[in-house]
Design a protein around this ligand. Structure first.
Ligand SMILES: O=C(CO)[C@H](O)[C@H](O)COP(=O)(O)O
Ligand SMILES: [Fe+2]
Length: 217
């Protein structure tokens, strides 16, 4: 069964605590927090203060996805804010190895993220040092986009490398995930699924989390 990571990008910001409590009660193990800088992606979302405010109200794993140019400079702020996992986009830095080192040295799990147009070969040199790889299944920047099926092959490629080399990272998928698309990702080797609009644009987020779990049993 896949681990579900609801993305609060599609939550009700005015009643955020209620929405967070709903998905935690439904048993979601991760909470996905999308940080957007208005440069790497067009949108602007939230910063380390947001993570710091959420930290004491939940026991879920705080899975922070940085869509930020040159993230090295801001990593210490997200480490101090209480993130459990920090993901950096390989396309956003000339120093992916250094960025991952900073995260690990801060005692936080390190994740590398790849966009749909980026080949797996780009991240092969750092796969030995990551706790999680995030395969973007849409182009980053917005919630509610359509899943890109051509990204599934990259999940399989990563899973093959993981098995061949004996690496121990989770494979997370993010973008357009629903009860249909999640099944192919899981079959290819994904272990964590981010879902924003599918979970939060629903009457009952708990029912949607269960549907994702049931589709991957
Ligand atoms: O990183 C992201 C977009 O760049 C997100 O995690 C986004 O919230 C996914 O949303 P949805 O499940 O609605 O496609
Ligand atoms: Fe994300």
């Amino acid at each position: 069964m896949i681990k579900v990571a609801p993305s609060i990008l599609s939550a009700d910001y005015v009643n955020l605590q209620k929405d967070i409590e709903k998905v935690e009660k439904a048993g979601a193990p991760y909470l996905h927090i999308d940080v957007m800088d208005g440069t790497f992606v067009p949108s602007i979302s939230y910063g380390p203060g947001f993570v710091k405010a959420i930290r004491p109200i939940t026991n879920m794993v705080l899975d922070v996805h940085l869509m930020v140019e040159s993230p090295e400079h801001i990593l210490p702020m997200f480490i101090d804010a209480g993130a459990d996992i920090i993901g950096v986009q390989v396309e956003a830095t000339q120093h992916i190895h250094r960025a991952l080192q900073i995260i690990k040295n801060g005692g936080v799990k390190a994740e590398v993220v790849i966009n749909p147009g980026t080949p797996v070969a780009m991240i092969e040199p750092v796969l030995h040092m990551v706790d999680q790889v995030l395969v973007m299944t849409v182009n980053p920047g917005f919630g509610g986009q359509k899943f890109l099926p051509e990204t599934v092959d990259k999940i399989a490629q990563l899973n093959a490398i993981k098995e061949e080399k004996g690496y121990d990272f989770d494979i997370e998928v993010d973008g357009g995930v629903n009860d249909k698309t999640v099944a192919d990702c899981y079959k290819a080797g994904a272990t964590v699924a981010v879902a924003g609009s599918y979970v939060f644009n629903a009457e009952d987020p708990a029912e949607r989390i269960k549907a994702l779990e049931d589709a991957t049993k």
